[in-house]
Each structure stands twice: as C-alpha cells, then as structure tokens.
Write a protein that binds this ligand. Structure first.
Ligand code: ZN
Ligand code: ZN
Ligand code: ZN
Length: 149
C-alpha cells in the first residue's frame, strides 16, 4: 500500500469506529433550540432530521420536506468531524479525472470549515482513494479531491 492508501485506510477505519452522531449535539449549527436550517432556508425541526447509515458512519440529513426529493438526487458530502452532518450537496457529474459524483451517493470528508476553522479545504476520502488507484489519470487531475465546503 502506498502512503496515501494507508492514510485513507486509517481514516476510514477511524470513521467506522465513530459512534452514531448525537442527533441533537453541538455539531449541528442549530438555528435555535428546536431547528436547523435546510439549504433552501426553511427551518427543519430537530425531530424530523433523517439519520441514515452511509456505509461508514451515521449521517444526519437536514433536507426539509419540500427539498428532500430533489436533494436526494444530488451527491451528499458528509463530515466525520461534524459526526455525520451533511455539509454539502454536489450536482452529479464526472470530473476530468474520471471520478464520478453519483446521484444519491454519499461521500466523506474528515473535517470541514465548520468543525475545523483552520482548514480551508476538505479532502473527499473516496476521491483520494480513487486517485491513488488510478495513477495513470493523475496527470490530468487538478484538485486531489480537495473542496471548499
Ligand atoms: Zn429545503
Ligand atoms: Zn422546505
Ligand atoms: Zn465538519
């Protein structure tokens, strides 16, 4: 295993060991004691937040009822540092390096600007993994899976 692959494997191992997110914890930017906010601006009551298993961790989805259908067709980015909060949604597409953001998939970052105010970019673990396994494409790749979230 290369150094990058080892790092990724370790990170994913850590993600797997994370306990389920405290659903009402401090990692969610609550609007008030009872609500968080959907991307559209609508308030979402705590008790309607959806929790789902991503394959690595439990994620908390703050999509409101009216956005749910559309947002479920996007690619969700879940932050482990935020204990599974959905921190971004990306329109499905394929990057120049061939990495696919598939509709409905969940990808993972270790931290984001909400839980780590020092970092400027987050690395999508799956993309890093993809890049290390597709080295022939690396020369075309520009971002190493880093995103501003
Ligand atoms: Zn909404
Ligand atoms: Zn709404
Ligand atoms: Zn975070």
């Amino acid at each position: 295993m290369s150094e990058l692959e080892e790092t990724f494997a370790k990170e994913m191992e850590l993600l797997r060991k994370l306990p389920p997110p405290p659903p009402l914890g401090k990692h969610i930017p609550w609007e008030d004691m009872q609500h968080t906010r959907c991307h559209c601006g609508h308030l979402v009551p705590k008790n309607t937040l959806r929790t789902y298993w991503t394959g690595y961790i439990y994620a908390l989805d703050n999509a409101c009822e009216c956005c749910k259908k559309d947002l479920d067709q996007m690619t969700k980015i879940v932050c482990a540092g935020c204990k599974g909060r959905v921190v971004a949604r990306i329109t499905p597409h394929t990057d120049k390096d061939g990495f696919e953001f598939k509709a409905g998939d969940t990808l993972h970052v270790k931290s984001c600007r909400f839980c780590d105010t020092v970092i400027k970019e987050s690395t999508i673990g799956e993309k890093l993994y993809y890049l290390t396994h597709n080295k022939d494409r690396l020369k075309k790749q520009v971002d190493m899976g880093k995103y501003r979230l």
